[in-house]
Structure formats: C-alpha cells, structure tokens
Design a binder for this molecule. Sequence first.
Ligand code: SAM
Length: 206
Amino acid sequence: MTSRAAHWDRIFSTSEDETLGWYENYPEQTLELLQSVPKESKNRVFLSGAGTSTLVQNLLDDGHELVINDISQQALDKTASNIKASQDQVCWLNQDIGLPIDGSFEKVDLWLDRAVLHFLTQREQIEQYVLNVRQCLKPDGYLMLAEFAENGAEKCAGLPVHRYSLNLMQQYFGQDFELIKTFNYDYVAPHGGTRPYIYALFQYRP
Ligand SMILES: C[S@@+](CC[C@H](N)C(=O)[O-])C[C@H]1O[C@@H](n2cnc3c(N)ncnc32)[C@H](O)[C@@H]1O
C-alpha cells in the first residue's frame, strides 16, 4: 500500500462521514450541474475518488451504473456497506487516479470528480489523469469537475492541493473538452470553514 493510500485509509477509518471537511448531506451543486447532461448520456458514470459521498446513492437511485474508484480501500468498504445497489450496477476500482488505470471496464458516459483532482500536485500526475479521462470516456461523453478555486484553501485533509480556475482546467484538458457550464460555489464545511470551489461541466468532442 502506498503512503498516500494509507493516509486516506486512516482518515476514513477514524472519522465519522458527517464530520469530514467535504461532507455533503445532499450533493446539490453536482446534481444541479448534471441537469445539463442529457438523460440518455449519463447511464454509466465513473467516480474518480468516490470517498463515502452521498452522491453514490443518488446516482444509483437515478438508475445509473457506476464505476466507483478510490485510492482508499477503507472508503470503498464503507461505501459498499452503505449503499443499496444491484450487483451488476457497480464496478469497484482501488486505483491511484494519477497513475495509468486498468481500463478493462466498458467506457463511461460521464466522469465525475468532486475534490479529487486537486490532490494531484505534480504535472505528470495531472497529465496522466487527463489521459485516463480520455481513455475511459466515450466520445460525446461528459466530464464534471468540482475543485478548490484559486481563492480556495491551500490544504485539505492535511495535504497540499492544486487550485483551479476555469482557464487552468481548459489548459490541462485542451480543446477537445467543450465547456457546457461553470459556476463558483462557497462550500461550508461541517466545522464551519468556507471552501471556495469551481464547478465545470465539459463535453468530450475528440
Ligand atoms: C476530499 S475527498 C472527496 C470525496 C468525494 N468525491 C466527495 O465529494 O465526497 C477526496 C477523495 O479522493 C480520494 N483520493 C485522493 N487522492 C486520490 C488518488 N490519487 N486517486 C484516487 N482517489 C484519490 C480520497 O481517498 C477521498 O475519498
């Protein structure tokens, strides 16, 4: 196990979900942004670092099939015991998303990332992440990113983060990712601090 995976395992095994600095009782902004994705285009969804997000059950309840990835096996185990899903609705992956991923699963219609990409701080990790998205996403599929904004915190979960503007997202992902919608949102953590995020939805047009 890498030290990064151990770090996240420690967090998920010692904290109640509701106390985590990114916890959402209802993932309103993500679900709002997904309203812009045509229904027939979002039935297979890749979650790049699902954690223990309540979004997983929302997506399952909407009938989507999920590829649920996380670097933390603890997070995956917790999520597996929390959700109600049919066996063929979920595929599990325990991979570092900044490394080449085993793409042996069927391509997806939507790649969803809330507060995962910003933990990749090395250029080569980010470039590999972009390659992973390109490899896993169907042409005309959608990419949703929600990351710490440029005026956001410099650290989260004890780790440094790479903060994003829309311009920076576009520089990394390139012209094949056409902007559909973007907005800024000030998330308020359970302990009260405000965390400015940027949300953006792109369509992949290779
Ligand atoms: C701040 S949490 C966000 C979790 C979830 N997306 C949410 O919105 O509640 C970051 C998540 O990304 C996972 N993670 C961090 N670095 C990762 C990496 N390199 N590859 C895959 N998952 C990673 C962590 O284990 C954790 O579950």
